[in-house]
Design a protein around this ligand. Sequence first.
Ligand code: IMP
Ligand code: MG
Length: 179
Amino acid sequence: MRVLIPQEDIEKRVAELAAQIDRDYAQSERLVCVGVLKGSVFFMVDLLKRLTVPLAIDFFQTSSYGSSTSPGEVRIRKDLDLSIRGKDVLLIEDIVDTGYTLRTILDLLRFRGARSVKLCALLDKSAAREVEVGIDYRGFEIEPLFVVGYGLDFDERYRNLPFIAVLESEDSPDVPSPS
Ligand code: IMP
Ligand code: MG
């Protein structure tokens, strides 16, 4: 396991993003922060604790069908509880990879009549992008590597690491190699 982004760097960047978001939504009385389960949870909590604007929180959970059978087809496993009609929605995601998940959710949020929809993503693997997704608040640009920690998992493991790491199976035989 190789540390890619240390805890201090994450904390510093999260504080910067929060300050920017707080300024941008200073006039909004109708902000709804929507997290995408489960990966965004650590990032979302740290980010929102730093905001002072009034806000509501809600969650989506998605899963993609096997990429070989239906590329880019995203299923909604848990929908929002709140109505977002007329609201300012800030979607919070751990990582944008191919972009299919975010594209689907962003389109749905707009379709449901949100007043505004913006995306905040901790990590941007832009070299892996297959569909275009505009990121309004970006934590870090990273190489197209498989990363874990700070919410991100490999087979549900490693989410609780306080840093972002790259799995390197050669160095740690007990760690399974991501495909
Ligand atoms: P996309 O639809 O391809 O953009 O995939 C986004 C989802 O794939 C993210 O919300 C993550 O759950 C997962 N994902 C993509 N890359 C990684 C990674 O490097 N580590 C862990 N999960 C990842
Ligand atoms: Mg995931």
